[in-house]
Every structure is written in structure tokens, then in C-alpha cells.
Design a protein around this ligand. Structure first.
Ligand code: ZN
Length: 302
């Protein structure tokens, strides 16, 4: 099934439900960044969370950045998700692999690390990005972001994230976000019913692998609670809007001497986009132009 996101409400608007299928975009992240299994699971969960979290924002140019900086060997990851369905992201050490954890699952918690921080920046497209930081809980990403939602956004939430990857690549990836809105926040019966249903879930990818659609998953979970699924299906994709000219302009940071040296040796230079792994190459003539631009800029600042 194509990567997509759908939203619903239940319990007279007291429960917000968002579901996302991200199999293809996580597979694209895996191949672009040559991710190990555990890095695929970590980045895949974070990419999925980005798509889910940004979905509650309003303006089309809204975006959310999630940076997870733990003390584990992955060395941190960054995700940029936009309301238009475009997501991108990377991990610092994509090739790190770890043995499975005690439950036989990919050990994302150890890979990310249990000590560190989650930084979230929400940009509603009106010029005042809102940023907040919470400490990591387990490094498993779902729990860490649930903590962020509870403390920074004061919305009790449950985030179920899953990535199933094997030697053939990503077979299933996606997630669910359930939130209790203020009008239901005192309904203890409703909350405990939801909690017991969520704790009975064995993860998100088993449902996808059993060929369930997002509406069927919603129906299973809260179908008897006055579920109303919104008709819009948002398509999700891995997309990076990086621009070759801008990337190569960054080579000016090397300075006049270094650039001159590269031109003398006629050594082509390369700029790589962290987010998508695309490579941009500047041949000698391009470097000559960049050096000329840099000299002009330096002269005008002198
Ligand atoms: Zn890029």
C-alpha cells in the first residue's frame, strides 16, 4: 500500500487518532543512507513520528524538526517533516549494527542511548518557531516522543511506531498517534479502556503485515467509540528540497587559499546533502567562479 496518512476522531472529539504507513519512504531512507538494520528502525520510527506529529498543524508550510541526541553509538538523528507529506532525515552513524535486545527486537534503545535529549522545533509557518527539549526516557523513540507530547504539549498521548526490516529491505513501517483532548481528559473509563487496548497491541507492523488498512486498524482500536474518519488521505514521501547551487556555495567556507589550491590542482570538489545523501560535484571552472564570488564578498566586507 502507498505511503499515506489518515486522521480520525472518536468519543465526540475527545480522542484524536492519526495513522501513517511509511514503508516506502523508510526503505528510501535505508537505501539512500545505506542504513544498518538498527539504524533503519531508529530513523524509520523517527521519520514516521515526524509525519504523525506535523499532521496536527494547520498551515501547509508547517513543519516539525525532531532531533534525538543520545549517548548511544548511532550518534544522534535528525528528522524534518512537513505538513505537505514530505519527510527527510538522517542518522550520524548509519552503519552501526547491534545484536537484538532481550525481546529479540532491533535494539533501538541501546543504539540511540538512554541518556540524552529530544529537541523538537515546531514551525507553524508564521515566523515564530517553537522549540522544546525533554530528556530521553528509553531511546526507543516512541516513548521519548510520548514524553515530549505529555510535557511540552500537555496532551496525554500514545505513540506506536514500527519498522520491520530484513535482508530484503523494509517490509512494513508505520505508526499510530492517539491523543486525549481536553474534553475527554477527565473520562477515566474511556482512558483506561484505551490504555488496555493499546497495551494489548503487539506493535504496528504485525497489523500492516496482516494486510490491514489504516481504517481497519482504527476500526479495531476505537470502532465502538464513535469513530469518525476524515475523508482526506495525505500521501507521504521521502523528499529533500536541497539545491545544488546552494550546496556548492557552501564550498566557499573552505576559504580563498584552499579553493585556489584546489583550482591549481584542478581537483573537483564535492558537497553532500546530509538529509538525502545526494552528491553535488563542482569541477574546476565552477570552483573558479566560486573563488571569484568569494573574493568579491570578502572585498566588500573589508
Ligand atoms: Zn538533500
Amino acid at each position: 500500500m502507498a505511503d499515506q496518512l489518515i486522521r480520525a476522531i472518536a468519543a465526540d472529539g475527545g480522542i484524536r487518532v492519526v495513522g501513517a504507513i511509511t514503508t516506502r519512504l523508510v526503505e528510501e531512507a535505508r537505501t539512500r543512507h545505506k542504513l544498518s538494520y538498527v539504524a533503519t528502525a531508529a530513523l524509520g520510527r523517527a521519520l514516521t513520528a515526524g509525519a504523525l506529529l506535523v499532521s496536527n498543524m494547520k498551515r501547509e508550510d508547517s513543519r516539525i524538526n525532531i532531533q534525538i541526541q543520545g549517548d548511544g553509538p548511532l550518534g544522534g538523528l535528525l528528522v524534518d517533516a512537513r505538513l505537505n507529506g514530505n519527510v527527510r532525515g538522517y542518522v550520524a552513524a548509519p552503519s552501526v549494527e547491534l545484536p537484538p535486545n532481550a525481546q529479540g527486537k532491533l535494539d533501538v534503545g541501546t543504539a540511540v542511548g538512554r541518556n540524552g535529549y529530544v529537541y523538537v522545533v515546531r514551525d507553524a509557518g508564521i515566523g515564530y518557531p517553537y522549540s522544546s527539549t525533554v530528556e530521553l526516557v528509553s531511546g526507543e523513540i516512541g516513548e521519548d516522543l510520548t514524553q515530549y507530547l505529555a510535557t511540552s504539549e500537555q496532551t496525554p498521548s500514545a505513540l506506536v511506531l514500527g519498522v520491520f526490516v530484513d535482508q530484503n529491505g523494509v517490509e512494513a513501517a508505520g505508526g499510530l498517534l492517539l491523543q486525549i483532548l481536553p474534553q475527554a481528559s477527565n473520562d477515566d473509563l474511556l482512558i483506561s479502556a484505551l490504555e488496555s487496548r493499546l497495551s494489548a497491541l503487539t506493535g504496528f507492523t504485525p497489523m500492516l503485515r496482516a494486510k490491514k488498512t489504516l481504517p481497519q486498524i482504527f476500526e479495531d482500536l476505537v470502532g465502538d467509540m464513535g469513530l469518525h474518519i476524515f475523508p482526506e488521505t495525505k500521501m507521504l514521501r521521502f523528499h529533500c528540497p536541497c539545491d545544488g547551487n546552494r550546496m556548492l556555495s557552501a564550498l566557499k567556507l573552505l576559504g580563498e587559499n584552499e579553493l585556489q589550491d584546489m583550482i591549481d590542482k584542478c581537483e573537483p570538489a564535492e558537497a553532500v546533502c546530509h538529509f538525502c545523501g545526494d552528491k553535488y560535484e563542482a569541477a574546476c571552472d565552477r570552483l573558479t567562479n566560486l573563488l571569484a564570488e568569494l573574493k568579491l564578498e570578502n572585498a566588500s566586507q573589508a
